[in-house]
Design a binder for this molecule. Structure first.
Ligand code: EPZ
Length: 461
């Protein structure tokens, strides 16, 4: 119910000044109950263009706080997590202007109070980046404990460990983390385990600290490299991003730049799996094939054809061959990404034989399995392992239990015979730009059904 309250909060703001965020509008509350209705069994054919990477963009947009001049960020995906970040900036008195659908100019010079509006901050995981950026600039930050997809417990102890290593102290105040430092001094930071957000927040806190910081056991995801490239373009001194040791020499000033966000490896992987599951033939454009290597390898194991070009991949499963069983173990990059686990598990429900999927990155990333079972999937979960006996899927009413689980429900609906109705699609809109338009353009029979709040009437469009 929190999200509905949150959307109502944002609607109040947007109605006050409707042009504030232009196209980056969070879906109005009338849309909170929207559903997707999919008539499955149609192979996907054609071309789809991938948007900017959500998990890079939320960090890079927030990093504008560290910039001493206005900066322009391009290839920003039009998704609700970004809309929330920009609304947080507006409420903190930053100047946010949309140059076009996916380009935003941010000037944070007028931010004076290093505190983030509570309800907006607790609605997503990425709000934790306001801790690192506000601390890096103001030596203080007050941010609600972050929310985000319900994947089990998601503490930020490693983030706080990094901040403490640089001289900060933290206390919990009414559900918010309050961190302060007289000054930030470079130091060695050793993460107990690999954490994407912790690595990015350590970079944010160190980039203007006095002296030299070494981050050990760092995460190596493509979006960490993108964040480092963005900051280095502004004049930061960050070396080793993309390896497990990142070295940072603090600087005093970061100049304004124009910077394009990298393509989204998980959005690309999602469309690759959708093309395979529907036995289609799709060219997926605006990708970095190297970021997709683990996904490509697994699809080829299953018997799917993946052809790599400079900035695109073609996925084909229209030869009529069977899908072969395989085993998946999610790992930090460059291993198989946990954010592709629900989508790949869905494909494996169509494979011959028994496959296993092991995912221990989060406490519980299998909540979607009970929804897949409604569609006839023979899948069981024992702790961190799902065991999948391949078969067929038939349409059913299901829920999106989180962002990537919602994407998996779409893939299941596209592959199933009959009609699938997916509710709680606001989860999906957090991370996939214009997903229904992109799918329709490659042959999917998908309709958004508006369910105006307070009525039980569904209006299909
Ligand atoms: C980022 O989450 C992504 N979110 C997630 O994507 C992604 O699944 C995850 O990285 C792993 O790749 C964003 O970038 C906004 P972690 P993050 O810190 O930073 C535990 C999606 O679908 N942990 O690498 O939260 C944590 O609970 C989303 O796009 C601690 O215990 O991931 C988890 O079990 C979902 N203490 C594990 O480590 C900490 O201080 C990995 O978390 C930090 C993390």
């Amino acid at each position: 119910m929190l999200l509905i309250r949150l959307y109502r909060e944002i609607i109040k703001i947007l109605k006050k000044d409707d042009n504030s965020l232009g196209i980056f509008k969070v879906r109005t509350e009338e849309k909170i109950l929207d559903k997707f209705v999919i008539r499955g069994g149609k192979p996907l054919h054609g071309e789809v263009t991938i948007s900017g990477a959500k998990n890079a963009a939320v960090a890079i947009v927030t990093a504008a706080i560290l910039c001493d001049e206005p900066c322009i960020i391009e290839n920003v995906p039009d998704i609700s997590d970004i809309a929330i970040c920009l609304e947080i900036f507006r409420q903190m008195r930053a100047d946010v202007r949309l140059i076009n659908k996916n380009t935003v100019r941010i000037d944070t010079k007028n931010i004076s109070v290093p505190s983030v509006p509570y309800d907006l901050a607790r609605s997503m995981r990425a709000s934790s980046y306001f801790l690192g950026t506000l601390l890096g600039r103001f030596h203080e930050a007050l941010v609600a404990l972050p929310g985000g997809c319900d994947l089990g417990d998601r503490p930020i102890d490693q983030h706080l460990k990094a901040f403490k290593a640089l001289g900060a102290s933290d206390i919990m105040e009414n559900g918010s983390v309050h961190i302060k430092a007289d000054e930030l001094i470079g130091n060695q930071i050793y993460f107990d385990f690999i954490t994407v957000g912790g690595t990015i927040n350590a970079i944010f806190a160190a980039v203007k600290a006095k002296g030299y910081t070494v981050i050990e056991n760092a995460a190596k995801e493509p979006h960490i490299v993108d964040v480092a490239n963005f900051l280095n373009s502004m004049g930061a001194d960050i070396r080793g991003a993309g390896t497990d040791v990142i070295k940072i020499r603090g600087v005093d000033y970061l100049k304004g730049i124009t910077y394009p966000v990298i393509p989204d490896q998980i959005e690309a992987g999602t469309y690759m799996v959708a093309a395979a599951a529907t036995r289609g033939n799709v060219l997926i454009k605006n990708v970095i094939p190297k970021h997709l290597e683990s996904i490509t390898a697994k699809l080829r194991n299953i018997g799917v054809s993946v052809e790599e070009f400079d900035e695109s991949v073609r996925v084909r499963a229209d030869s009529g061959g069977i899908f072969l069983k395989t085993n998946i173990r999610t790992m930090p990059h460059p291993g198989f990404p946990t954010d592709m686990q629900p989508q790949m598990s869905t494909l494996l429900t169509l494979a011959e034989g028994t496959s296993t999927v092991y995912d221990d990155i989060f406490d519980n990333r299998f909540r979607y399995v009970s929804e897949l079972r409604r569609m006839g999937a023979d899948i069981s979960v024992d702790g961190k392992v799902a065991v999948i006996h391949g078969g067929r899927l038939t349409g059913a009413p299901v829920k999106a239990t989180d962002l990537r689980a919602g994407a998996a429900m779409i893939i299941a609906g596209l592959a199933a015979s009959g009609v699938t109705e997916i509710s709680d699609i606001y989860h999906i809109e957090r991370g996939y730009e214009a997903i229904e338009e992109k799918l329709k353009a490659i042959g999917a029979d998908i309709q958004r059904v508006y369910v105006p709040s307070g009525s039980d009437m569904a209006i299909s469009v």
